[in-house]
Design a protein around this ligand. Structure first.
Ligand SMILES: [Zn+2]
Length: 440
């Protein structure tokens, strides 16, 4: 009995001694994750897998450091010595970044790789295991990684196939990425038909889509959105910042009609106006269909991009014009994180998604989440991983949990939050807010 009492008091003491960080971190391990945004794809040809190029995001840091293009490295098949000889120094220069941390999280959790940095001699054995998992045993490997991350569902943005509605709903939820639909308006205007988008033709079950007038094209757009909605899509996605500014100005139907009927090859400025008009139409439809709209704001993946395309403040006219639409802004608007927070605070129709921000900059994610909790009600904050490779869903989730647990525990330790409220906020960010927002 004495021994038992002693054991109990040791347990109790240990529980009391647990830091706020550990308590929140442990709680996060019990939560089923509703992940608002992923691009997970079945791996293609194994010959294209050259280790670094398979990882989500980190290769861009090596490129930024000065590494040669991975296409160059791929020419004669995989060779770990050659890879290191050409890119090892650039790997080393990139070891302090958050992209790198995501990568090391993945290696530690899925491949038991405990070293803080990658060593040349470990590349080949890791490559062999990754190849076996992802190219020879993908279905079982995917299911085991998904289970390890305790994912409940992932909202899948198929940027490689905007019009595909056939996805595995036991793992994913459909989102309608409208980039192609918006940009195809120029082809429709110039030719009065669309023939170039095979995915759209397949979806509509037609050989070509005739659109003699702007009204005809608007009904194509509405039909596509309706088909997606009927097939379970939970949201609309706009990633146009990768190709143009996210300022979608107000264009009247009359002005858009004149442009549509011009019968000449459209100038860039005219194309933009038509695209702006189409996106306004899509927002109107999103209200009718009760589908929220996720919008890419801020930083762009890759290298050498027009980073100013995605400034969140460029969207203010839309938030004001469509009070009944429901918007979710992505990526903390980085580097315009202050603007992003202010918008979430001010607008009743805007939610904020931390998606990808922890990987871009862990420190910025910590300070932005502090700013969000200072200013924005916590029912408006969500998270997504934003990776293409299932392995990286684990590395990115780990990074996000570390960010959220750091911020919440710092606030608990300062007496700004109770532990109970901190746990509630953690659950809201990783699950409940997305369940409510997307009506899952
Ligand atoms: Zn994305």
């Amino acid at each position: 009995m004495k021994k038992y009492l002693l054991f109990l008091s040791v347990l109790l003491f240990a529980a009391c001694q647990q830091s706020s960080y550990d308590k929140i971190r442990n709680y996060l391990e019990t939560i089923e994750i509703v992940d608002t945004h992923e691009h997970i794809q079945v791996p293609g040809d194994s010959a294209d897998f050259q280790f670094f190029n398979g990882i989500s995001y980190f290769p861009a840091d090596m490129t930024s450091a000065g590494a040669p293009s991975f296409r160059e490295l791929q020419k004669n098949g995989f060779d770990a010595d050659k890879l290191w000889e050409l890119s090892g120094s650039y790997y080393n220069y990139s070891r302090a970044t958050s992209y790198h941390e995501q990568f090391m999280n993945t290696l530690r959790i899925l491949y038991d790789y405990e070293k803080p940095y990658l060593r040349k001699e470990d590349i080949k054995p890791l490559y062999d295991r990754m190849l076996a998992n992802n190219y020879r045993n993908y279905d079982a490997w995917f299911a085991s990684v998904y289970k390890k991350g305790k994912f409940k569902t992932m909202i899948l943005d198929q940027y490689w196939d905007h019009f595909n509605i056939d996805i595995d709903t036991s793992y994913f939820r459909l989102v309608c990425n409208i980039n192609s639909l918006v940009m195809l308006v120029s082809e429709a205007a110039e030719n009065k038909k669309v023939t170039s988008a095979s995915g759209l033709l397949k979806l509509m079950n037609r050989k070509e889509i005739v659109a003699e007038s702007l009204d005809d094209y608007l009904s194509v757009v509405s039909s596509v959105l309706g088909i997606f909605k009927n097939n379970g899509a939970v949201a609309i996605k706009n990633t146009l910042a990768y190709s143009r500014s996210i300022y979608f100005e107000d264009v009247t139907f009359e002005e858009a009609s004149v442009l549509y009927n011009k019968k000449v090859k459209l100038e860039w400025a005219d194309r933009k106006k038509l695209e702006d008009f189409i996106f306004h139409h899509i927002i109107r439809q999103s209200i009718n269909l009760d589908m929220p709209i996720q919008i890419h704001t801020g930083y762009l993946a890759g290298n050498n991009s027009r980073l100013d395309n995605g400034q969140p403040m460029k969207l203010l006219n839309l938030f004001l014009k469509f009070p009944k639409a429901r918007f979710s802004l992505f990526h903390g608007g980085y580097p315009w994180t202050g603007d992003f927070v202010a918008i979430g605070k001010n607008f009743t129709n805007v939610h904020l998604d931390l998606v990808w921000l922890p990987q871009i900059s862990k420190t910025e994610a910590v300070s932005t989440l502090h700013g969000m909790l200072d200013a924005v009600p916590y029912n408006k904050i969500m998270w997504g991983g934003d990776v293409s490779w299932i392995d990286d869903s684990i590395g990115s989730l780990e990074l996000a949990k570390e960010v959220v647990a750091t911020v919440l525990s710092e606030r608990v330790d300062k007496g700004w939050l109770t532990k109970e409220l901190a746990l509630e906020i953690a659950g809201r960010i990783f699950r409940d807010n997305a369940m409510d927002f997307f009506k899952l």
